[in-house]
Write a protein that binds this ligand. Structure first.
Ligand code: BES
Ligand code: MN
Ligand code: ZN
Length: 508
């Protein structure tokens, strides 16, 4: 897809050269300044064929005095990037099965287009034209659309241009994550994920990839991670990605992604209905790979490490049994009370491994708990962190890219239920607050650095008719990394203590 911007305003808007015009209006801003388009808008509203209400669209064929042969009117709730994205998505859906190859998107006069709007447009277009073909070659080809032009004012033009470029890089990362999520378990094995990482390293000179096999993991004493792979015929892999965009002295941000390529539950076997969806259980890993791709395209001045523990969770005669006690790399022993709580078992060793990078911050991303889907649905990712500044930075990055997260509690008290008579920790608490106890379990392995956890069990994929991966939270993570790079060392600096600390001499 080709994305461009041109400058245009007022009467010139009805003469824009494209196969279709997509006109985005809001309840406050409903005139474009082009008489032909404004007459059309006014008439359509007067005749109740169109309303200035979010979600409403109207297709018009060969309207009078407009150069483009097709016009779609689309109403946004307001001028926010979120509203704009939804209106663009709706408008493009109207054009989907039509012959338009080049769509020009224009906004009502006074609409304040910024970087975020341009990025939102690219993500909406990429989302609307994505088709999974890898194991279904007969899937309908994406429509005719191959070029989108966003019309801006001279003042907005530079920001729009930057937003389109950033959006394109992010959209490619989102698509990679989505594609990997959709790929079935017999294609997307731990070895396949490792090959994807190596491919990224081959394509981008700023990325390096290293893959550790079982003997290296045994040497590292990753007993918790290895206990999950016991029942599987597929070899486990531990992927280490490095993006070097700043001086080697600068502490890196570390992203850790859960890479269970299929989660049967193990001996604590899941029910059969809907179990196919557990091929998405490597969504965290996919989001790390997608973010590395986007970051390598955008080249921010930052150091980034990606860690992906990846294996299958299978039942067999060699599988870990409920009650088995394993020793994690941290030295803490864990009683595996439920083999279906395997995500935390592979993540805890990766989180311990992360210490060696002396990270500025560590963020793990995991389809960790069904409880998180019950709590938040598919709208927001669950965000857990004891670090207010880091949490806020992640929430902000999510809002900026409409890839939102919602902060959840992380009180120590929730950890009571993780006590075990036979090990330092049990791997499950009760059913209640399940997403939180999972996060508290992980927190026991993150004492050496600033840490946040994203539970993406709901946000990384959709169920029902539109079943499939979403590529989330690549947008959030990439924006977070870009914001960190732009702000330098201050980006997520801890907030200043409320009371001044005593100086060594006793003076305040
Ligand atoms: N991969 C699942 C979590 C999941 C469930 C993701 C539904 C997406 C949709 C995870 O490994 C799991 O099985 N968690 C258990 C934990 C329980 C045994 C404490 C769960 O959520 O039921
Ligand atoms: Mn599980
Ligand atoms: Zn799982």
């Amino acid at each position: 897809m080709d994305y461009r911007t041109i400058v245009g305003q007022g009467p010139a808007l009805s003469q824009v050269n494209a196969d279709a015009l997509l006109v985005v209006v809001t309840p406050e801003l409903s005139a474009t300044g082009a008489p032909e388009l404004d007459a059309l808008l006014k008439d359509a509203i007067a005749k109740a064929d169109f309303a200035l209400k979010a979600g409403r669209t109207l297709y018009v064929h060969r309207p009078q005095g407009v150069k483009a042969p097709r016009v779609v009117l689309s109403a946004a709730a307001n001028g926010s990037p979120k509203g704009f994205r939804a209106a663009v998505a709706k408008g493009l859906a109207q054009l989907k099965d039509l012959g338009a190859a080049h769509v020009a998107v224009l906004t009502a006069d006074g609409f304040a287009l910024a970087v975020e709007h341009a990025q939102a447009l690219v993500l909406a277009a990429a989302d609307g034209t994505y088709v999974f073909r890898e194991t279904k070659p007969s899937a309908p080809k994406p429509g005719a659309l191959d070029k989108v032009t966003l019309v801006s004012t001279a003042e907005q033009n530079a920001a729009v241009k930057a937003g389109l470029a950033q959006g394109q890089a992010v959209a490619e990362g989102v698509t990679l994550a989505r594609e990997l999520g959709n790929l079935p378990g017999n294609y997307c094995t731990p070895t396949h994920l490792a090959n994807q990482a190596k491919q990224l390293a081959k394509t981008y000179k700023h990325i390096k990839a290293e893959v550790l096999d079982r003997p290296a993991l045994e040497k590292l004493k990753m007993g918790s991670f290895l206990s999950v792979t016991n029942g599987s015929a597929q070899p486990p892999k531990f992927i280490i990605l490095r993006y070097e965009g700043a001086s080697s002295k600068q502490a890196p941000v570390v992203l850790v992604g859960k890479g269970i390529t299929f989660d049967t539950g193990g001996i604590s076997l899941k029910p059969g209905a809907g179990m196919d969806e557990m091929k998405f259980d490597m969504g965290g890993a996919a989001s790390v790979l997608g973010t590395f791709q986007a970051v390598a395209e955008l080249k921010p001045k930052i150091n980034l490490i990606g860690l992906i523990p990846t294996c299958e969770n299978m039942p067999s005669g060699t599988a870990t049994k409920p009650g088995d006690v394993v020793t994690s790399m941290s030295g803490q022993t864990i009683e595996v009370l439920n083999t279906d709580a395997e995500g935390r078992l592979i993540l805890c060793d990766a989180l311990t491994y992360a210490e060696r990078f002396k990270p500025a911050a560590v963020i793990d991303i995991a389809t960790l708990t069904g409880a998180c889907v019950i709590a938040l649905g598919h709208q927001h990712s669950g965000l857990f962190s004891a670090d207010d500044a880091l949490a806020q930075a992640l929430l902000d990055a999510g809002t900026q890219t409409q890839d939102t997260a919602w902060r959840m509690p992380l009180d120590e008290e929730y950890g009571e239920s993780l006590k075990s008579n036979f090990a330092d920790l049990g791997n499950v608490g009760g059913r209640e607050g399940g997403a939180i106890t999972a996060a508290v379990f992980l927190s026991k392995f993150t004492k050496a650095y600033r840490w946040a956890h994203l539970d993406i069990a709901g946000s990384a994929w959709k169920s029902g008719g539109a079943k499939g991966g979403t590529g989330r939270p690549v947008s959030l993570l990439t924006q977070f990394v870009l914001n960190q790079a732009a702000a330098g060392a201050d980006a997520i600096a801890p907030s200043k203590p409320a009371t001044p600390r005593k100086a060594p001499g006793g003076k305040v």
